[in-house]
Design a protein around this ligand. Structure first.
Ligand SMILES: [Fe+2]
Ligand SMILES: [Fe+2]
Length: 419
């Protein structure tokens, strides 16, 4: 069935995208034969298979998974979509322990992809194998992404699970997930990480994840800041050549966009590791100077405003970074942290200016609702009280189309930026 559909490259692409992403979640009886390709459950010893973005997603992708044991015989098996010929790659296995919970992390750097191609892969260990997952390389010109922030939950992660699955089902062509921080409520609690990853299983195996570190990733079980070991080990994000802050911030190209992922936790981390803000300032200037894609987007966790009692005021993050975003002519900044959906007017030098940077605060995708306030920069405010939301971004060289949606898929805001 797959090879017949693959005869036409256009229909093959659409078929594969829709099949792998949406039908993994709810395959109908008529499509049951496809389950052998995409829907087999991951064995308990091989958990949370996921793709992580690399600096150049046209050619390279990182694949990671957890396991309870170290198995030198573990392999990643891959093939071009629709082809029979299979090849294997040997993962790097790393022992990792946090929260008194030892595991093994398996990492494969999948290099040599062709732009805009589809690949299938599975992982096997100890005589067991997962089902086939889909991997799509960046075509360099367009993509669709799902964006979610503050997926942290108080108890179980049911809200995040419903949000993630609804977003994936309604956007089966989304090949990239931008996760804007506070993924979990407590960055040391391995039960929360398991719940978070489980909610994304197998979505994260079939799409590339681009995580952002939030302040809750930095909290230990005592709710004090600590080195965020779990986050840093669970997401093998692109390197930044920093000796002090590797994996804390990074950048990558996807389609027509150069994304810079900043880390706004310099306040929490100051007692542990100094210099995060200044180091990122220098890095961002050099990074954006080297960027060659038409659009420049910054992803970060903390919003430019804070909603203390009384009235919203400029957050130290806004004070520190907005002048730099003006200088570098960043097109769009996306953040979260205040658990409110806000689309600001474009801003330059602190003033509303149509040629300025568009600031979008992405609301929350978990179950932690906060009270928020109005600000004169708000062009669109989320419904009150703020519901959990996710966003989508469809990008081409000429246009960025955003939507903000409730879990049901109902759109609460829709807007575009044009070049
Ligand atoms: Fe949060
Ligand atoms: Fe936060």
């Amino acid at each position: 069935m797959l090879s017949a559909l693959c005869a036409d490259p256009v229909s093959r692409r659409r078929f594969l995208t829709i099949s792998a992403r949406s039908l993994l979640l709810a395959a109908g009886a008529a499509l049951a034969p496809l389950r052998r390709l995409f829907a087999a459950p991951v064995r308990p010893t091989m958990r949370f298979v996921r793709q992580i973005v690399t600096a150049d997603n046209k050619t390279e992708r990182v694949i990671l998974w957890h396991a309870d044991v170290s198995d030198p015989g573990a392999r990643l098996i891959w093939r071009q979509a629709g082809k029979r010929s299979e090849r294997s790659l040997i993962p790097v296995v790393t022992a990792f322990s946090d929260d008194d919970h030892p595991i093994f992390l398996y990492t494969v750097r999948f290099a040599g992809m062709k732009p805009g191609e589809f690949y299938e892969y599975r992982v096997e260990s100890g005589g067991f194998s997962t089902g086939w997952f889909l991997m799509q390389s960046d075509n360099g010109t367009s993509f669709k992404a799902i964006i979610a922030s503050d997926s942290q939950c108080a108890g179980n992660y049911d809200t995040w699970r419903r949000m993630a699955r609804s977003a994936a089902q309604k956007n089966p062509d989304a090949e990239l997930w931008l996760l804007l921080g506070d993924l979990v409520d407590n960055g040391e609690d391995h039960h929360q990480w398991y719940s978070w990853f489980d909610a994304l299983d197998p979505i994260g195996a079939n799409a590339a994840l681009a995580p952002v570190m939030g302040n809750h990733e930095v909290y230990g079980r005592d709710w004090q800041p600590r080195i965020p070991y779990a986050y840093l080990n669970y997401f093998d994000v692109p390197g930044n050549r920093s000796a002090r802050f590797p994996r804390y911030y990074y950048s990558f190209d996807y389609g027509p966009v150069h994304f810079a992922v900043l880390n706004t936790q310099w306040g929490e981390l100051e007692r542990l590791q100094k210099g995060l803000l200044n180091e990122q300032r220098d890095w961002l200037r050099a990074d954006m100077a080297a960027a060659r894609r038409p659009w420049k987007i910054v992803l970060m966790h903390k919003d430019i405003l804070e909603y203390d009692e009384g009235r919203p005021v400029l957050h130290p993050v806004g004070k520190s970074l907005m002048p730099l975003f003006d200088e570098l002519k960043i097109d769009v900044v996306m953040d979260g942290h205040v658990h409110a959906y806000r689309r600001r007017f474009p801003l330059r030098n602190g003033n509303i200016d149509p040629s300025g940077t568009l600031y979008i605060c992405d609301g929350y995708a978990g179950d932690q609702q906060f009270k928020t306030l109005r600000h004169l920069w708000d062009e669109v405010r989320g419904p009150q009280p703020e519901p959990p939301i996710y966003m989508t971004l469809a990008a081409t060289e000429k246009q960025l189309d955003f939507t903000a949606c409730r879990e049901s898929g109902d759109i609460i805001d829709k807007f575009s930026r044009y070049r």
